[in-house]
Design a protein around this ligand. Structure first.
Ligand code: PEP
Ligand code: MN
Length: 359
């Protein structure tokens, strides 16, 4: 259920609605825009951390709410995901990430400017991380990616350097001022990964790992939630709802391709998911054309297509020597390729009236 307040209603009217909800065991989420104020209503938090859905709220309560001063109308949120829906929260969420390399000290994801995140698929060595970080920073990326805990399809594949990898990422952040994004695979590791990273990545294989989603919902660091490789958009938004419903509002969605019958690309990038998510949700969305295509020769084109479709950022694999990469070399851009891509991304962003976050 959402309560739409009259334009320019008094603060006391908002306060009154919030108190009314509290008295009736409900919780109100305030969304204050320039135009209008909306209060999203959820059932109260129960002893096990669960909430009753807004659909279960007594109709006499919604009638009573409609009669309160300053209330324009009361609407029912029709989607199964509530907090993630645009109905519930009409204004875009902007997720802030601290980064010393930008003049204001924070990168805003989901705002006007497009954000570039780049780096190796996997942290392999100090030299590899530092060389890549220096190069992507020079070209204007503001966030460094790199996996320390790798979900490997084969148990014989490289599984990452673990905490030593996190230390190398943190070292690169100290040296170049880039924010760091890295994957977390288990609830147990969330605390440790938070010590080193600025954004936690939930990988495609873990999109429906509900204990992990709960755990990252209990922190306040930004979380990039990759789309499950076989997940529908609704399942993906419900996964985001897990994180939001635990209290962490800083969720960024990431389209990284889905499984189809096509074999010539590693995945099929669902570019249409980007504008569709923008309609359905207020959450920022970024695109990962590296996992999305699995092919270095397609990454740049799909990066541009994603930005043209409204992506708030790109997550791109870059390696100083992709042919020798321990993981995902075939889909990693070389440093000169990344160099070439940056002005093109900036030109597409400009063509649709957006800027680029610059470091
Ligand atoms: C990655 O970013 O390297 C990765 C493993 O991503 P995904 O979970 O989308 O496969
Ligand atoms: Mn990868």
């Amino acid at each position: 259920m959402i309560v739409v307040m009259q334009a320019h209603c008094k603060d006391e009217a908002i306060e009154h609605v919030m108190q009314f909800l509290d008295v009736h065991g409900l919780s109100g989420h305030l969304s204050q825009g320039v135009e209008r104020t909306i209060i999203g209503v959820l059932g109260a938090v129960g002893p096990t951390g669960t909430r009753t859905t807004a659909g279960g709220i007594n109709p006499s309560i919604s009638d009573a709410l409609e009669g309160l001063p300053g209330v324009e109308q009361v609407l029912t949120v029709s989607k199964p995901y509530k907090l993630a829906s645009r109905e519930f929260h009409p204004i875009n969420t902007i997720v802030e990430v601290p980064a010393a390399c930008v003049s204001e000290g924070v990168v805003r994801i989901g705002d006007d400017a497009v954000v570039m995140m780049a780096g190796p698929c996997t942290v392999e060595s100090e030299e590899q991380v530092m060389t890549t970080a220096a190069a992507v920073r020079k070209e204007g990326a503001v966030i460094l990616r790199g996996g320390a805990f790798k979900p490997s399809t084969s148990p014989y594949g490289f599984r990452g350097l673990g905490e030593d990898g996190l230390k190398l990422l943190a070292q690169a952040r100290d040296e170049f001022g880039l924010a760091v994004i890295t994957e977390v695979m288990t609830p147990n590791d969330v605390g440790m990964v938070c010590e080193y990273a600025d954004i936690l990545q939930i990988g495609t294989r873990n999109m429906q790992n509900y204990f992990l989603l709960d755990e990252v919902g209990r922190i306040d660091k930004p979380v990039v939630l990759k789309r499950g490789m076989s997940a529908t958009i609704e399942e993906w938004l419900l996964a985001a709802e897990y994180i939001l419903s635990q209290g962490n509002p800083n969720v960024i969605l990431c389209e990284r391709g889905i499984r189809t019958f096509e074999k010539m690309t590693r995945n099929t990038m669902d570019i249409s998911a980007i504008p569709l998510i923008k309609r359905l949700s207020h959450l920022p969305i970024i695109a990962d054309p590296s996992q999305g295509t699995g092919r270095r020769d397609l990454v740049s084109t799909m990066s541009l297509a994603s930005v043209a479709a409204g992506s708030d950022g790109l997550l791109i694999e870059v390696h100083p020597n992709p042919d020798e990469a321990l993981k995902d070399g075939a889909q990693s851009l070389t440093i000169p390729q990344f160099q070439q891509l940056m002005p093109q991304v900036s030109a597409v962003a400009k063509a649709i009236g957006r800027g680029m976050v610059t470091g």
